[in-house]
Design a binder for this molecule. Sequence first.
Ligand code: ATP
Length: 248
Amino acid sequence: NTQAPLLDVNGIEVIYNHVILVLKGVSLQVAEGQVVALLGGNGAGKTTTLRAVSNLLEGERGAVTKGSIELRGERIEKLSTADMVARGVVQVMEGRHCFAHLTIEENLLTGAYTRKDGKAAVHDTLDKVYTYFPRLKARRGSQAAYTSGGEQQMCAIGRALMANPKMVLLDEPSMGLAPQIVEEVFEIVRDLNTKERTTFLLAEQNTNMALRYADYGYILENGRVVMDGAAAELRENEDVKEFYLGVG
Ligand code: ATP
């Protein structure tokens, strides 16, 4: 079915520690080749939504207790994170999480550990990652601990790309970065989306930046989607301007 969205999240509830209901029926769709932004303030449920999709809830004592998640029409709630990577879905976690004592290149190569198509193919992907991230190429031999926050964020994204994903779940890429670097990161996301057709679902508190680069946006509040629409429409929406863009 070519009409089915790549990702279809339908009315999911997520509970942490058996009691705390954090997502209260979240639905969203991501079509192949889109950049979709998941917006909203601190604690709205953005990270939880991404974790539900990539099956990273279990380690957090969380579980999807209602609703369904489909990837190309296949139910995926019961799959492992490794199964998700095999299906082309990878998550870049908030806070970058590079291995501090490994070099940038070693970090990138760890992203290819599930691949079975051989060293040459992995090195082709590494070369490709370096064309999108010239900064990483320049710092390839540096220990991640000694690179900048921006370079570490790029390293985390680059490492995800080493798995050859169809869809990247990107959690708060702007966190702790200077505006100019945030822009650089988003430009690369756009580039990857345009040239590689990589699909992105990104969680962002930086509404302004995210809506400049996304095709579509969902705004979460307190575990519910309170508004969604084309990014261009959301940017012009009076409520969005007042509550999320800081101009009123
Ligand atoms: P942030 O930008 O701060 O990460 P968010 O929109 O991503 O915000 P979540 O991290 O999904 O929000 O958190 C949603 C709610 O779930 C918050 O109230 C948070 O305290 C709670 N929560 C998150 N992780 C856990 C956990 N492992 N155990 C219990 N509660 C959690």
